[in-house]
Design a protein around this ligand. Sequence first.
Ligand code: GLU
Length: 478
Amino acid sequence: MSKVRTRFAPSPTGFMHLGGLRTALYAYLYAKANGGDFILRVEDTDQQRYVEGAVELIYSSLLESGLKYDEGPDIGGNYGPYIQSERKHIYGEYAKKLVELGGAYYCFCTKERLESLTDENGNRKYDKHCLKLPKEEVERRIANGEPYVIRQNIPTEGTSSYEDLIYGRIDVDYKELEDNILIKSDGMPTYNFANVIDDHLMGITHVIRGTEYLSSTPKYNLMYDAFGWERPVYIHLPTIMKDATRKLSKRYGDANFDDFVSKGYLKEAIINYVALLGWAPKENVEKMTLEEMVKLFSLDGISKSPSIFDEVKLRWLNGEYIRALSEDEFYQVARPFLEKSKVNGLFDLKTIAKLLHSRVEVLGEIPEKIDWLAELTPYDLALFDNKKNKTSAEVAKELLPKIRQVVEGIDEFVNDKIFATLSEKATEFGVKSGAIFWVLRIAITGQGVTPGGATEIASLLGKEETLKRIDFTLSLLG
Ligand code: GLU
């Protein structure tokens, strides 16, 4: 059997949508699991949609997520160029050949004529008008410089079948298909044509892409057959849904790789989560490195039904990845977010990182989790209410001055010391030690939930600031 060759063929839209990333990942995994090559091809034939920097974004997103391609526009290879706009002459040549083979024809219809074909429901299907033009007329009109397109000649009757490795046998009636344009009037190919020519010339053995292409694949097969080329193996992937009714869409800009990175998801976690959108390894593991995925990947684990993008699960997985980092690694990834927070410049960021490490799922939450460290502002006194510790604002009003006195007397102001000294006072104050720590924590943070306990935070703030905050709270309590 020939070497497996898969490809990822994105259009440079300016985003790396997670759906696209999943296609790339599965194409990568399939190639690597089978000792094959993974190729990147940039499909930029729609020049009107050119977006500055979009191609570079494709390279960087793939490389950052670990999907190292064996051939591609920026690294070359034996089957280049790998960028479609540089292959224009190739498509022209093959389109001509296809016309000669009867699989395509020149069409000179004007926009007005095409519009006149629209029926009362707004649908339009090309009527093969130009298929009937005599050869001499076609040649004369081309020589006269008349604008033309090249259309695919789809049979008017019959059914086309093929076997998809995920969806099984697919039958499509030719009647449902249209004589789509293969070469536009500017000489550029459409996707419908370029994908066939490129997949063949680049030796692609397995075409892996979204289900939206499932029903247009018969058109491509007609071309493979007309040229006498072997059809590739097809693997169409289930849709990714945002919820039960809506697709996760690149148009709405939701779910782009970069957005998730900037929200504070780790690249390893994103790629791991994306792998699970439509595939479950037999062993039922969920947390996997890319190398582990290569070992476990198999097509039987790919489901036919749409998968739902679940950010809660992604968060959970991200938390797992965060906790698996060393202290220093965590500091490195957390740093940009710590620097964005109000504590920057006021506290030692490494110390804060330690406090946060086991307590964040997404790095983007860091500022909101610690901004209060920079400044205590008026807060809701109902935060003192706690059943277990039997505390309330009333209790706090009574207890806090006593706590203040103890705190003031502690010389060595470190966590253990503050903790031990305050714990000892519980009996004397006639409360559980939990009550002391609850009241103190609220009094110095104004937060219901904090990373770190009362005394840990107090030691971080220092004695002077702790006392200042206690006084501020006392003034709030009245
Ligand atoms: N350029 C197409 C897209 O972005 C690629 C489809 C394919 O993989 O054949 O959807």
